[in-house]
Design a protein around this ligand. Structure first.
Ligand code: TPP
Ligand code: MG
Length: 407
């Protein structure tokens, strides 16, 4: 049975009660369905996946998945250190705990395919092949960054690697992804450029699914059968708002079928399960069968951003997901299936430590951008900044690009 049919056919009847920690403050009688945490079903399928007697991947594939997840984790741990040392500015949102989603999907993509992310975007960029040194330098605001330091943490972009941006406004990336998928189909079918079978993946969070752009884009993607995959990283929280309190029907995957799109729910802490679903969704998109909505149940191991003391989530909930760390679980799978030895994995860990160290050194040495770069790509007419006391446009002041204080 395909991953889709197995998941789609799961009964929507909502039986077991929610965990006490996630109880809503409104009376349950006002709900259409009794709510429940989805993790109980997920845990069953995860255990089944990891206990499978034959590996579903080759040794090389397994090592690639492991290396990519370790890169994501180590890179982000280093980001935290650098942020607290004052090397980064503004908000920095880390992805610790969610690595199986990025790795499970993106490592199956080709270079020509595109990825769109949110402000939690560093790891998607890394999985898609943007060199760690370019991501770190971008975080440091330096010219060696993938956007020459102009984007920063929340705006990773690399045309070369098909990373079409991290977006700080939630939901903003979804229409961009839909447009990219539209352009693929248009080029192939209208302009007859047969090689354009590229696929776009939009990653976004559970909280974002309450935003109108999500629904508008599901509609357009279904209408035009676009080669796109909507991947919801349901980490159960939108800053301090529990998903179960904020959404009328918390099973996001069910919103796909409402638009005629397959909806799939998968354990986002199990890289092999994610990969299984991703394979089918990517194949569907590439062969012209249209979009898929995938809800990955996952968890962030840190606060919403590095400025968040993370006091709202209950310790037992955090412990529950910490025990399901996707890297630890996959390591166990690798050993159980004799895909690699402990020393081989240690060698990968060491290689990644070196890559991350080198990324920091590179970012540190990379020069700051010139101040004149501030107004590059600003489409507003600089005359809109007004007229100064001497009667000339402020933008004609020689100090204009020296910083906003001059304006
Ligand atoms: C349009 C818009 N409204 C509000 C915000 C403020 N905001 C920043 S993050 C966030 C929560 C998003 O949660 P979710 O989509 O679950 O993503 P997660 O942070 O959990 O990855 C909100 C509401 C925003 N960035 N953009
Ligand atoms: Mg969330």
């Amino acid at each position: 049975m395909s991953a889709f049919s197995a998941t789609k056919l799961r009964s929507p009847s909502l039986a077991s009660p929610r965990s006490p920690s996630s109880k809503p403050s409104f009376p349950s009688s006002s709900l259409r369905f009794p709510l429940r945490a989805v993790s109980s079903d997920v845990l069953t399928s995860s255990a089944a996946s990891l206990a499978a007697s034959h590996p579903v991947i080759s040794r090389d594939e397994g090592l690639d998945l492991y290396e990519d997840m370790v890169l994501g984790r180590s890179f982000e741990d280093m980001c935290a250190q650098m942020y607290y040392r004052g090397k980064m500015f503004g908000f920095v949102h880390l992805y610790n705990g969610q690595e199986a989603v990025s790795t499970g999907f993106i490592r199956l993509l080709e270079k020509k395919d595109s990825v769109i992310s949110t402000y939690r975007d560093h790891v998607h960029a890394l999985s898609k092949g943007v060199p760690a040194r370019q991501v770190m330098a971008e975080l440091f605001g330096k010219t060696g960054g993938c956007c020459r330091g102009q984007g920063g943490s929340m705006h990773m972009f690399s045309a070369e690697h098909g990373v079409l941006g991290g977006f700080a406004f939630i939901g903003e990336g979804i229409p961009i992804a839909t447009g990219a998928a539209f352009s693929s189909r248009y080029r192939r079918e209208v302009l007859k450029e047969q090689t354009h079978d590229d696929v776009t993946i939009a990653f976004f969070g559970d909280g974002t699914c309450n935003n109108g752009q999500f629904f508008e884009c599901l509609n357009m993607a279904a209408l035009w059968k676009l080669p796109i995959i909507f991947v919801v990283e349901n980490n159960l929280w939108a800053i301090g708002m529990s998903h179960l309190r904020a959404t009328s029907d918390p099973e996001i995957w069910k919103k796909g079928p409402a638009f005629g799109i397959p909806g799939v729910h998968v354990d986002g802490m199990d890289v092999l399960k994610v990969r299984e679903v991703a394979k089918e969704a990517i194949a569907r998109a590439r062969s012209g069968e249209g979009p898929t909505l995938v809800e990955c149940e996952t968890y962030r191991f840190r606060g919403h951003s590095l400025a968040d003391p993370d006091e709202l989530r209950k310790p037992d909930e955090k412990a529950h997901y910490a025990a399901r760390d996707p890297i630890t679980a996959f390591k166990k799978y690798i050993f159980e299936h004799n895909l690699a030895t402990e020393s081989e994995l240690k060698a990968i860990d060491k290689k990644i430590d070196d890559v991350v160290e080198e990324a920091v050194e590179f970012a540190d040495k990379s020069p700051l951008p010139p101040r004149t770069q501030l107004l590059e790509n600003v489409f507003a007419d600089p005359k809109g900044f007004g007229i100064g006391p001497d009667g000339t446009y402020r933008c004609e002041d020689p100090g204009f690009t020296q910083g906003t204080a001059q304006v």
